[in-house]
Ligand binder design. Structure first.
Ligand code: R5P
Length: 291
């Protein structure tokens, strides 16, 4: 018997994963005192059992501490292994010292988690300047990709699609998704002048006027990247695009702003959000089984 402990109440994903992995949903108490400190209590006999902790790491700072305390608790109770399922892995974007004196938080976060959990599995971490998680994680760290579930969504829901990556960094998803969905793709270029100030170049889309554009990216945060790309596409005479992202990071008000512009926004369920329409349960379960 193995146990899965669901830290963030991702109930559907947790239930599906338990079914696929033949694991039991672990009972525990994890709460915060009024001063914010965590109280952790495991209510299962985990001695000699493999344990999984399901915890997306959006807004990661307190969640990381919850993972560490739960992991230590499970290990002290004799768990055979403690394995982190983090459908969204945080702290991957600061992967270089962009300016003198900056910390490279991706490395520090990886070093921290690697000291506690035995393994990590995630979906489409932001591997831009790193080629693999093993460059910063010293534990077994598996990066799955949502390419197939996204391609399946496009095949089922979008008529005559052309996949569009809103910037160079998104090319890895756009190209693979297009290949899997058996449709063409284009990639735009992007310049960022500040957190909320992004300029996207005009694309060469003359060949695709009768297609439905599907913008694909790993993350939507402020939504500026997607909204500007969408604006250029509609100005170029294409239909309003469908915006698909793996991770629904969404800064405050971003999803509403996108929807107010008439955009259809679809995300995978790595981070719970009302735009979730693509389940990652099967992908993650298969990844865990083949580990
Ligand atoms: C960039 O590195 C990522 O791939 C996304 O393009 C980015 O995080 C999207 O950010 P925003 O929604 O704030 O434009």
């Amino acid at each position: 018997m193995s146990f899965l402990f669901d830290v963030n109440e991702q109930a559907d994903l947790a239930k599906d994963l338990c079914t696929e992995l033949n694991a039991q949903l672990g009972k525990m108490t994890l709460r915060q005192f009024p001063d914010g400190e965590y109280y952790v209590r495991c209510l299962e006999d985990v001695k000699n059992q493999d344990c999984f902790i399901l915890c997306h790491l959006h807004q990661p700072n307190t969640k990381a501490l919850a993972i560490i305390f739960l992991t230590e608790t499970l290990k002290e109770l004799g768990a055979k292994s403690v394995n982190l399922i983090a459908p969204y892995l945080a702290y991957m974007r600061q992967d270089i010292r962009f300016h003198d004196g900056e910390g490279i938080s991706s490395r520090y976060f990886a070093k921290l988690l690697s000291q506690y959990v035995d393994s990590l599995i995630t979906v489409d971490p932001h591997l831009h300047r790193y080629h693999s998680l093993s460059e910063i994680y010293s534990i077994t760290a598996t990066a799955l990709t949502a390419v197939q579930p996204i391609a399946e969504y496009i095949r089922q829901h979008v008529n005559n699609p052309v996949v569009i990556g809103p910037d160079g960094e998104s090319e890895q998803w756009a190209k693979s998704v297009a290949l899997a969905a058996n449709c063409p793709y284009e990639v735009l270029t992007k310049e960022r002048f500040g957190d909320r100030d992004v300029k996207v170049s005009l694309p060469h889309v003359d060949n695709y006027r009768d297609h439905t554009p599907v913008l694909v990216d790993d993350i939507i945060s402020t939504g500026k990247t997607m909204m500007q790309a969408a604006q250029h596409l509609t100005q170029a005479g294409l239909p309003t695009p469908v915006c698909v992202a793996v991770h629904a990071v969404f800064a405050a008000g971003a999803a509403e702003e996108m929807q107010a512009q008439g955009l259809t926004v679809v995300t995978c369920d790595s981070i719970p959000h009302n735009t979730n329409a693509i389940s990652l349960a099967t992908l993650i379960a298969q990844g865990l089984k083949s580990n």
